[in-house]
Design a protein around this ligand. Structure first.
Ligand code: PRP
Ligand code: URA
Length: 209
């Protein structure tokens, strides 16, 4: 089974609390989601491969480490996943970005794919799938399934808030995928919203409600 990493950094916890607050404005919500994503990117990229390069300091030449150039892709699940892209790109600006469009059918709660555009070399990259919410796990499991159908192998998943049910479902569907979570909540309500959660992440990011 791949690893599950729940962020325990005080700054992340503090910012997640502000995200949860129903009085947080759309502007602040967007900024907080970006900041938390940047902090999470630090952890998600911990095992990035390094290369040796020569560098000349003001004192002398030396060999030093550099992150291997073309290794990462960020794949937001539309639309709420978009709120996590810029934060990640601040840490890994050379990453390419693919998009998977999925929505959760309000009646069946099943994910429906409506868009997919990936970098041409996606199969050679480690892909970080991002979506703020892991509720039932249906959307994340389906998105990762679509990536695997297209030949992608090295995949990680990163979310802001997860429910235990979604975490379990995703681990069962994709036991090879490492999962990074800013906060692990306690349950889902009857509409499959995370409790206590933060409400509808897409609506809060884009001000659509
Ligand atoms: C939300 C969220 C996830 C999904 C999580 O998206 O961003 O993609 O629900 O639920 P699940 O784990 O039960 O599948 P939503 O379908 O509301 O679409 P949106 O991003 O367009 O708002
Ligand atoms: N999607 C959201 O945006 N929030 C939830 O709590 C569950 C699914």
């Amino acid at each position: 089974m791949a690893k599950v990493f729940v962020m325990d950094h005080p700054l992340v916890q503090h910012k997640v609390t502000m995200l949860r607050d129903k009085n947080t404005s759309t502007k602040d919500f967007r900024e907080l989601a970006e900041e938390i994503s940047l902090l999470m990117a630090y952890e998600v990229t911990r095992d990035l491969p390094l290369e040796d390069v020569e560098v000349e300091t003001p004192i002398c030449k030396t060999m030093a480490k550099t992150v291997s150039g073309r290794s990462l892709g960020i794949v937001p699940i539309l639309r709420a996943g978009l709120g996590m892209v810029n934060g990640m790109l601040k840490l890994v600006p050379n990453a390419k970005v693919g998009h998977i469009g999925l929505y959760r059918d309000p009646k069946t709660l099943k994910p429906v794919e409506y868009y997919c555009k990936l970098p041409a070399d996606a199969t050679n990259r480690t892909l970080i799938v991002v979506d703020p919410m892991l509720a039932t796990g249906g959307s994340a499991a389906a998105a990762i399934g679509f990536l695997k159908d297209r030949g992608c192998k090295n995949i990680k998943f990163c979310c802001l808030i997860a429910a235990p049910q979604g975490l379990k479902a995703l681990q069962e569907a994709h036991p090879d995928v490492d999962i990074f979570i800013a906060a692990l909540d306690k349950d889902l309500n009857d509409h499959a919203y995370i409790i206590p959660g933060l409400g509808d992440a897409g609506d809060r990011l884009f001000g659509t409600k």
